[in-house]
Design a binder for this molecule. Structure first.
Ligand code: FPP
Ligand code: MG
Length: 295
């Protein structure tokens, strides 16, 4: 991973603007899941650290923009750039990181460049779907999973597929692995929003529903509530929850095991990913570690 961090530092230096170096220095790196995947899959390729750095810059840019869109004040446990330096700066920093990443991407073969670049169109579409869907309560599981695929899974899928191409490995099975890892990762993220506390999360707990986002445990809950309870859940949608309301939601979720049900889907997707990568102990290990995050 040190080689990826060095590549990222080199690209930031090449931007040659002190303000960008300063702002970038305030960002937390995060789990670097996408970079780890690329390095593991394409360990034989000299260009793997650069591709990993490019994908992490794209991901970082998307989070800068996402925090502006979500009006989030915390990211990875520290104040977001929009909170410290304003939304305009966060958008511009995102633009710089994103365009620098694309400048570097053109040095790759056309198929690799196309896989990564088209996944960014998909993730941008996913972000828009997410925002639009938050306008009113969404109880449609398929619609939710389609949005998740676009918003989170596509860049992970593209990372695995592009890395496989770089290393001369099978592209389709790695793409399937990445797609299911991405979906399962996001479902677990959604679960943690409900089951963890703010300190562990590095952002407020139960914030998804406050932002209007109806994640799987809410979708499953709505289906099983009686009419009065359905009304109550709808009335709480996209509002700041008081302590009692948050307790009520968590209690109902426990009663109807909707978190467990969501976790079962994450496990199912993860098992499919493992089957696609039967012989690769390291890739299976990434999945298992990710699934364990939820406990
Ligand atoms: C986080 O979702 C957001 C994303 C994974 C994608 C955001 C994509 C864009 C803003 C499109 C623009 C893209 C570029 C490259 C500039 P979340 O809000 O559910 O997760 P969170 O709780 O971590 O904020
Ligand atoms: Mg967000």
């Amino acid at each position: 991973m040190q080689r990826v961090e060095s590549e990222i530092a080199r690209l930031i230096k090449e931007i040659n603007y002190d303000e960008v170096t300063r702002l970038f220095g305030t960002l937390q790196g995060g789990k670097r899941l996408r970079a780890k995947l690329i390095l593991k899959i394409a360990s034989s390729s000299e260009k793997a650290p650069l591709l990993a750095a490019i994908v992490e810059l794209i991901h970082g840019a998307s989070l800068l923009h996402d925090d502006v869109i979500d009006e989030a004040t915390l990211r990875r446990g520290v104040a977001s750039v929009n909170a410290t330096d304003g939304s305009k700066t966060a958008v511009m920093l995102g633009d710089i990181l994103y365009s620098k990443a694309f400048t570097e991407l053109v040095s790759f073969d056309k198929d690799v460049a196309k896989i990564i670049s088209s996944s960014v169109t998909a993730l941008s579409k996913g972000e828009m779907m997410d925002v639009k869907m938050a306008d009113k309560f969404n109880g449609d599981e398929d619609k939710y999973l389609e949005m998740l695929y676009f918003k989170t899974a596509t860049l992970i899928e593209a990372s695995a597929e592009a890395a496989a191409i770089l290393a001369g490995k099978d592209a389709a099975s790695h793409a399937l692995y990445g797609r299911n890892l991405g979906l399962s990762f996001q479902i677990i993220d959604d679960i943690l929003d409900i089951t963890s506390d703010a300190q562990t999360l590095g952002k407020p707990a139960m914030n998804d529903f406050v932002e209007g986002k109806c994640t799987l445990p809410y979708i499953y809950l709505y289906k099983v509530l009686d009419d009065n309870e359905k009304k109550k859940l709808l009335s709480l949608h996209a509002k700041v929850l008081d302590e009692q309301d948050a307790i009520w939601i968590r209690k109902k979720m426990q009663e109807h095991k909707t978190v467990e049900k969501s976790f079962e889907l994450a496990e199912k997707l993860s098992n499919e990913a493992m089957n696609a990568m039967k012989d690769d102990a390291e890739l299976i290990n990434i999945l298992q570690t990710m699934i364990k995050r939820s406990y």
